[in-house]
Design a protein around this ligand. Structure first.
Ligand SMILES: *Cc1c(COP(=O)(O)O)cnc(C)c1O
Length: 380
């Protein structure tokens, strides 16, 4: 345990972050507004393209909460949500007194299965409870089956919230993730592909919707010299200090994505001759993942009985962090009374899947340490 810890995904500064933060101090913009907030939003809008508008917020979770509010989700509504995801995709549904309806994953992208999605929509309609929104996720940076899901959303006129927290830089048929939702969200938490130490963004298709998001995120203050409120507000705006980190991070996003994708290739090569281990990869060239996290799936029947837990513990012993895939929400105690449409795909992915160290800042020496554990365990 004398070697330093290898993290799953750690912050990786580009160099100019401190310059933007220093500027904020020099000009005394130490507040949840200022030139870095505006500049960071511009950077995001230019990067995503498609004429979108971005509102910088305090977290991805806050962005999801506001997205659902903007779509009119209220108490008693039902909202469809991918089951296999981080709990933050689903929690804001409950904040609003609405009920999540969870959907299984398909095997190819590990995301929302359009077949079960259709079942859930038809079931809701048959009970007079058409879902108010669909929350889809691009897990680990892998775009979901957007065409099929959008087709259903359009057919039944249900708005889509695109949880692109893990997929900044990813694209589907050449178009960036974060531009496919009626409203989309991004996260800049410490472990994401870029970080502002903590933060998020809401991405909309209209300036009016962005303005509404900013209004709600700054306590919903009416136009008046005094403090007057006609709506319930939130304190969800991003700090100008954090946004300065974000501006520096945007300068190195593509470079860091290339390094994450190289980590994925490293694992593809490492496991190419190990029986029973699949490195999770794009199903075809329509999909382009940022490979935020590299994931593998083990088939113990073909690994000689080695499970993902065996590998996780072997890595942990050498001070290397790895983590099981997201435990599906329909298996979480807190959501045990929620509806679920699907079979056992996400459950099996959770049982047999492992996320491996994927940072853009890993060194050759660290890669050697990882390879050594894997070669030793699989006896090669
Ligand atoms: C990280 C994450 C979020 C939440 O973002 P925060 O900025 O941490 O609030 C939401 N959904 C998914 C899929 C995430 O990975």
């Amino acid at each position: 345990m004398s070697d330093s810890k290898i993290w799953l995904s750690s912050p990786h500064m580009g160099g100019n972050e401190q310059r933007f933060v220093q500027e904020a101090f020099d000009t005394n913009w130490v507040a949840p507004l200022g030139p870095n907030v505006t500049g960071f939003e511009k950077d995001l809008e230019l990067y995503l393209g498609e004429g979108v508008y971005a509102a910088a917020l305090s977290s991805g979770t806050a962005a999801l909460h506001l997205a659902l509010i903007l779509l009119g989700v209220t108490s008693g509504d039902e909202v469809i949500c991918q089951s296999m995801t981080f709990s933050a995709s689903a929690n804001p549904i409950v904040y609003l007194g609405a009920r999540p309806v969870f959907i299984d994953s398909e095997q190819e992208t590990m995301n929302l299965d359009p077949v079960f999605l259709k079942d859930a929509i038809l079931d809701g309609i048959s009970r007079g409870k058409k879902p108010k929104a669909i929350v889809l996720v691009h897990l680990y940076g892998m775009p979901c089956k957007i065409d099929a899901i959008r087709a259903l959303a359009n057919e039944y006129q249900i708005p889509v919230v695109e949880d692109s927290a893990e997929a900044l830089g990813s694209s589907y048929k050449g178009r960036k993730c974060g531009t496919f939702g009626d409203i989309s969200i991004l996260s800049f938490n410490g472990n994401k592909i870029i970080t502002t130490s903590g933060g998020g963004a809401l991405v909309t298709r209209s300036a009016a919707q962005k303005d509404k998001a900013v209004f709600l995120s700054t306590q919903a203050r009416d136009h008046a010299p005094h403090y007057q409120h006609s709506e319930i507000g939130y304190n969800y705006r991003m700090s100008n200090i954090c946004a300065g980190i974000g501006r520096g991070q945007m300068e190195v996003l593509d470079e860091h994505m290339a390094l994450r994708r190289a980590m994925h290739q490293f694992y593809v090569a490492l496991f190419s001759e190990i029986e029973g281990v699949t490195v999770f990869s794009e199903p075809n060239t329509d999909f382009y993942s940022n490979h935020w996290l590299s994931c593998i799936l083990l088939d113990p029947a073909r690994t000689g009985g080695i499970t993902r837990e065996d590998l996780r513990l072997a890595l942990e012993k050498e001070n290397i962090e790895s983590r099981p895939l997201w435990k599906p929400m329909h298996l979480q105690p807190v959501f045990s009374d929620c509806a679920f449409f699907g079979s056992n795909v996400s459950e099996n992915l959770f049982t047999n899947g492992l996320c491996l160290p994927s940072g853009s800042n890993l060194t050759d020496k660290e890669r050697e340490r990882i390879a050594k554990v894997i070669h030793t365990l699989f006896n090669r």
